[in-house]
Design a protein around this ligand. Structure first.
Ligand code: FMN
Ligand code: 173
Length: 387
């Protein structure tokens, strides 16, 4: 479908005839500042903040700037195709929505708005274990969309199995196991305000609605939310899991499994040896190890080492179409958008997510074509130069 995504540009220009402008900026690097105007300090600091001094968050962005695209001419790239195949499924574009917990802190519609926008755009969403809406409600909002489920692996097998069964029954096709956040990092933004959305009960919808979890409580979460939260927290933070436990998930998940938070090439090799279907090269958007290497800086060696054995996905710092193109050229099969769509949600609910994501896809489509490429298969390290 030629120009499928780039068409958003024409749509916006045509709106100008009716003296209309987009709901908020088309520059994703300015979404954060726009959301700052709208959000209270707690939610803003939580979303925008990172671990420690923010060094890794800055490194993630700087790493993209360290590569430049070298456009090619007279290649006839007027007809583009952004389709790609990830984990055996064809996707219309190489973009997914990253798992982000507690979305109702930025907009009352929370994950339901994200699920509707994702379905409308044909972009898969990854639902967080820390969702503020239940698995079943998000599935209903996502309808015929493609949805993956992200697991924070509880240290209770009955609860784990129950959550996995619910996700499967609700049509989540792929499991994303996040490894880098078995406990929260030192996050000054949140600590200074004593702000932890989880403690406030936002983001507990999945455990609170879970029969296996509820069976363990003396009083229901409705009767006594505080003790339910206090029981859930140690079940999923500070959890101690090992490589040799991965077969347990295989046993209880009938579908592809992706490990998220891989940053070392040896861990990527271990994932391949463990028979995993994919990895997400990610440092959680700089929210976990302050001083960690930029995710983009480790992508090329990881893709070279395991790209022929599993699907290498990428996130952390992707903001623009050019960023998506760079990550793909460096070996990612697809990228996950994080904060940009969350700011879209904050700024305009479902429509805000659509505007944010359509803009990035349009920019990707145009940047791909203007740099002389027709399909994603045309991209390679040779598309880029290191600065
Ligand atoms: C507010 C917020 C909440 C997040 N919650 C989760 C989560 O519940 N599970 C998870 O695997 N990753 C979570 N992440 C990490 C994202 O999936 C992704 O790795 C990260 O946002 C990428 O960095 P970027 O937003 O700077 O591009 C969260 C990120 C943010 C900003
Ligand atoms: O804040 C995060 O980065 C995150 O992954 C998370 C952890 C616990 C609850 C909600 C989100």
């Amino acid at each position: 479908m030629a120009g499928q995504y780039g068409a958003y540009q024409n749509e916006i220009y045509l709106q100008g005839l009716g003296e209309q402008v987009p709901p908020f900026t088309t520059d994703p690097t300015r979404f954060e500042a726009a959301a700052r105007e709208k959000l209270d300090d707690g939610p803003y600091g939580y979303v925008a903040g990172g671990a420690g001094s923010g060094a890794t968050m800055r490194a993630n962005r700087a790493a993209f700037d360290g590569w430049r695209i070298v456009p090619r001419m007279l290649t006839d790239a007027t007809q583009r195709d952004l389709a790609t195949t990830v984990l055996g499924t064809e996707l219309p574009s190489p973009v997914l929505l990253a798992p982000v917990g507690v979305q109702s802190i930025v907009h009352p519609d929370g994950e339901l708005a994200t699920a509707r926008a994702a379905a409308a755009l044909g972009v898969p969403m990854v639902l967080s274990t820390a969702s503020s809406n239940t698995i079943e409600d998000v599935a209903a909002a996502n309808g015929a969309g493609t949805r993956w489920f992200q697991l924070y692996w509880p240290n209770d097998n009955e609860v784990t199995i129950s959550i996995l069964q619910r996700a499967k029954a609700a049509g989540f096709s792929t499991l994303v196991l996040t490894l880098d956040t078995w406990t929260l990092a030192w996050r000054p933004n949140d600590l200074d305000q004593a702000y932890l959305p989880f403690i406030r009960g936002i983001g507990t919808a999945i455990p609170f609605s879970d029969p296996a979890f509820r069976a363990k409580l003396a009083k229901s979460p409705e009767e006594d939310p505080t003790s339910a939260i206090l029981q859930w927290i140690p079940m999923f933070t500070g959890t101690d899991h090992h490589w040799d436990q991965l077969p347990f998930l295989r046993e209880h998940w009938d579908g592809p499994i992706v490990l998220k938070g891989i940053q070392h090439v040896d861990d990527a090799r271990r994932a391949a040896e463990a028979g995993m279907d994919g990895i997400v090269v990610s440092n959680h958007g700089g929210r976990q190890v302050d001083g960690a290497v930029a995710a983009l800086d480790v992508l090329p060696e990881i893709a070279a080492a395991v790209g022929d054995r599993l699907d290498v996905l990428f996130d952390s710092g992707v903001r623009t179409g050019a960023d998506v193109l760079k990550a793909l050229a460096l070996g990612a099969k697809a990228v996950l958008l994080g904060r940009p769509y969350v700011y879209g949600l904050a700024l305009g609910g479902e429509d805000g997510v659509r505007h944010a994501v359509r803009g990035i896809l349009a920019d990707l489509d145009l940047t791909l074509g203007l740099s002389g490429n027709r399909t994603l298969a045309d991209l390679s390290p040779d598309t880029l130069r290191r600065m």
